[in-house]
Ligand binder design. Structure first.
Ligand code: NAP
Length: 418
């Protein structure tokens, strides 16, 4: 077994390969850790014999290598390493959702051509074995829905905004201070990381390689403490959800902040915890929840895959593609949902009429309207929710409202799930 990467996850993997050696040997037979590749092998690493440190190229060329563990991250050069290992007939274990989601089709053809084995349980929701659930446990089902809270950083931030009435920036700073957010949180708070994971889930749920490119993705940066408190007062909660709906040759795939009733189990998942709701046509709805990241939960998934690779098991991907070619991804504009919109307006005559008129012109019906009392001429929040409306109609209405002189800040738009 060789490992590329000795960061948070790589250290956990090396630790477990030693600490659980006896168990792993009983499962998959005796194994040797042949090398750990890093950027700078000359720099000593705590707890690692210097003789083990190497480069990815040297590790890949090592004739003793049977199982490559890629826990370095990033799309390139990780794709090159994984492709080379598969072509050389090695089993590969990766935790790299960016790689899986951005190069989904190429990896799928590589797998088919080389017959290589690629294991990836750790890539989605870390320690939660949700990919095994979709690909093994629910294999007799048609998976009709997957919904997930797949980014612990975002869920932690949203929890702090709601509970402590923090702004987005304050909650992000808190997450960084406590180690729940990276120094560069861009991929997390923009929804990009969640989109990568949704692509992997959708691939296993449908049997079609799904790329995250072009997948509708909105992050949590625009949300305000006001929005979280409005939700709280109305029996709702805002969650960054990955949503996949499948059926009839179509898939709806989207990542965005979502208002969910507090009574729904998924909305009760707080702080850095992850959750995935799955619905199969035979089993109905199910919810899985637990630690989605961190050294040992993630290493647990990686090392579980290593054990399966050593035992000669087939990797995931058992679900056959449905006949009739790739499924059509429903354009976001066609997705119908209810909407919450928070406008900051200057309180003066005719504003509400203008907002209602713009919505009506786009065929959108208002379900509720709220504006707190404020001094005439001052800035005030104006909130409305709509009855179900196509996304494109609401987007066009908001574009129209954006030009209004009474608008004091960009609109906050959150889709609602029943
Ligand atoms: N952190 C989590 O909780 C978590 C959860 C699920 C999945 N993952 C995934 O697991 C992977 C690793 O995450 P991490 O948090 O452990 O990352 P990390 O702490 O940044 O560590 C990355 C490691 O990879 C090495 N590396 C990076 N680029 C390299 C290159 N070009 N050549 C050789 N070595 C290279 C680094 O070497 P140096 O030490 O020399 O810099 C470092 O040891 C990522 O794909 C991530 O998305 C992480």
């Amino acid at each position: 077994v060789g490992v590329i990467g000795h960061g948070g996850v790589g250290q956990g993997v090396v630790q477990l390969l030693e600490e659980r050696r006896e168990l792993l040997t009983r499962i998959g037979g005796p194994f040797t850790l042949v090398g750990v590749a890093v950027r700078d092998p000359a720099r000593p690493r705590e707890g690692l014999a210097p003789g083990l440190l190497t480069t990815p190229e040297a590790l890949l060329a090592d004739p003793r290598l049977d199982v490559l563990v890629e826990v370095a991250g990033g799309v390139e050069p990780a794709f090159r390493w994984v492709a080379e290992a598969l072509r050389r007939g090695k089993a590969v274990v990766t935790a790299n959702k960016a790689l899986l989601a951005e190069r989904a089709e190429e990896l799928e053809s590589l797998r088919r051509e080389s017959g290589g084995r690629l294991f990836c349980e750790a890539a989605v929701a870390g320690g939660l074995p949700i990919l095994q659930v979709l690909d093994r446990g629910l294999l007799a089902n048609r998976v009709v829905r997957v919904e997930g809270i797949l980014n612990g950083t975002c869920n932690f931030i949203l929890t702090r905004m709601e509970r402590e009435r923090l702004s987005f920036a304050e909650a992000l700073a808190r997450a960084q201070a406590l180690g729940f957010a990276e120094a560069d949180p861009g991929l997390d708070v923009s929804g990009g990381d969640t989109a990568h994971k949704l692509a992997v889930l959708a691939s296993l749920a449908t049997g079609h390689p799904v790329s995250s490119r072009g997948l509708f993705t909105e992050g949590i940066e625009k949300l305000t403490a006001f929005d979280l408190q409005w939700a709280e007062a109305h029996g709702l909660r805002v969650k960054l959800l990955a949503i996949g709906r499948f059926g009839g040759g179509r898939m709806e795939l989207r990542v965005h902040p979502t208002l969910v009733p507090k009574s729904h189990l998924i909305s009760q998942v707080m702080d850095e915890v992850n959750a995935v709701a799955v619905e199969g046509d035979l089993v109905g709805p199910q919810l899985y929840s637990g630690k989605g990241a961190g050294r040992l939960p993630t290493a647990s998934a990686v090392v579980g895959d290593v054990a399966q690779a050593l035992r000669g098991e087939r990797p995931l991907g058992a679900r056959p593609q449905e006949e009739g070619g790739p499924w059509r991804v429903v354009p976001m504009g066609e997705v119908v949902s209810r909407h919450y919109v928070h406008l900051e307006v200057v309180d003066r005559p005719g504003v509400v009429a203008r907002v209602a008129g713009t919505l009506a012109a786009h065929g959108i019906s208002i379900a509720s309207l709220y504006q707190p009392e404020a001094a005439h001429g001052s800035q005030v929040p104006l909130v409305f929710t709509t009855h179900p409306a196509p996304d494109a109609a609401l987007t066009r209405a908001l574009a129209g409202l954006a030009a209004e002189p009474f608008l004091a800040a960009p609109a906050v738009h959150v889709r609602m799930e029943a």
